[in-house]
Design a protein around this ligand. Structure first.
Ligand SMILES: Nc1ncnc2c1ncn2[C@@H]1O[C@H](COP(=O)(O)OP(=O)(O)OP(=O)(O)O)[C@@H](O)[C@H]1O
Ligand SMILES: [Mg+2]
Length: 342
């Protein structure tokens, strides 16, 4: 059953045209010229109850803008969002009762108020029955480890503590849907793990639908069965993780250690090896596994070299996403690509 229905959703922002030079800037104060930025460009999808969906894309892709329209903070320029049968921005209060949201970049809690008081305020705002509130508080305190800082003012919390408090606040009223915009940003591995487990538990026990944006591909691998990739406001991919891997990750990687320096050749290239980087006696080969499998490749190598050791690795999701985002990201992948020899 679809709980979220998005049809041709679009958001344009008008902003002052950027100018160069002092005189042009002075002119700009008098004659305002605007340019339009399309942050979300005619996106359509549906999300069913109980799904955990990863919404990913490079910086500026339009993720937060989409989430804000789903939450009802932003009004779409055109298109439509229906959440639980209502249009969020038209019914913000009703919508708020049934959703929870965490924006990793910005807390929803009261800055100068101790965590516990903020959470108690939520109880009144959402009219949560006392028994339910106490039960949730007990459970969330336990899983999220809130005891160590619940009497501390929000502004004095570390990032990881603040994120745990925000998650608790977003879930106290048992929402059907939670939107998490970068809930693991800047967190250490232990807190990340805590938060991921918490999300999984809530989804499993309550059937809560989760929409998550992140730049951390391990979040996606651990949590999401479905991934949507957005780039420059457009939906580039919507499907399950396995499909994404098989569509875009046909490459496999082998690192082989040989008795002498490996020499790449035209023959290897014709067999399906797309990249060969030699580092002393260790060589990394990337190949299209639809054309040559690892046993054929290792046999080819062993016929010519004395092989000391080798490992085969599936291209991971991180590599696939890098390929999809293309050249615009300053990731190490760009440097990697330049090392394509064959
Ligand atoms: N209030 C605004 N006014 C004008 N332009 C905006 C506004 N909010 C966002 N934008 C622009 O819309 C585009 C999408 O921004 P958005 O915040 O949705 O990206 P994002 O995918 O969340 O990126 P990030 O990964 O960096 O968080 C960007 O080009 C941004 O500059
Ligand atoms: Mg964002």
């Amino acid at each position: 059953m679809a709980v979220i229905q998005v049809d041709n959703l679009r958001k344009e922002f008008k902003r002052n045209k950027s100018r160069e030079g002092l005189w042009n800037n002075v002119k700009g104060l008098v004659y305002r010229e605007y340019e339009t930025k399309t942050a979300v460009d005619d996106i359509s999808f549906t999300i069913d109850k109980g799904e955990i969906v990863g919404y990913i894309g490079p910086n500026g892709a339009g993720k937060s803008t989409s989430i804000k329209m789903l939450v009802g903070i932003l009004v779409p320029t055109s298109g439509r969002v229906i959440v639980n049968g209502i249009e969020p921005y038209k019914n913000r209060e009703l919508n708020a009762m049934r959703i929870g949201a965490v924006f990793g970049q910005k807390t929803q809690l009261w800055w100068d108020t101790p965590v516990i008081d903020s959470l108690r305020l939520m109880r009144y705002m959402y009219d949560i029955p006392p028994a339910r509130f106490n039960e949730n508080m007990e459970r969330f305190t336990d899983i999220l480890g809130l005891d160590e800082f619940k009497h501390v003012a929000v502004r004095q919390l570390s990032l990881g503590q603040r994120m745990r408090a925000d998650l608790c606040a977003a879930l106290l009223h048992d929402p059907d849907i939670i939107y998490l915009d970068e809930p693991t940003i800047g967190l250490d591995v232990v807190v990340k793990e805590k938060i991921r487990n918490f999300i999984l538990e809530i989804n499993r026990d309550r059937g809560t639908t989760v929409i998550l944006t992140t730049h951390d591909m391990s979040d996606i691998e651990k949590l999401c069965s479905r991934v949507m990739v957005i780039d420059q406001g457009k939906l580039m991919y919507d499907g399950n993780l396995e499909q994404l891997k098989s569509d875009f990750g046909s490459g496999e990687r082998m690192v082989v250690e040989t008795d002498r320096i490996f020499e790449s050749s035209q023959e290897l290239n014709e067999l399906g090896v797309t990249s060969c980087s030699v580092d002393g006696k260790k060589t990394q080969l990337i190949y299209d596994k639809k054309r040559i499998n690892s046993s054929m490749l290792i046999k080819w190598i062993m016929d010519r070299y004395d092989v000391k050791d080798f490992v085969v690795k599936e291209t991971d999701i991180e590599e696939i996403i890098r390929t999809m985002y293309g050249e615009r990201l300053p990731l190490e992948a760009a440097a990697d690509r330049e090392r394509v020899f064959v």
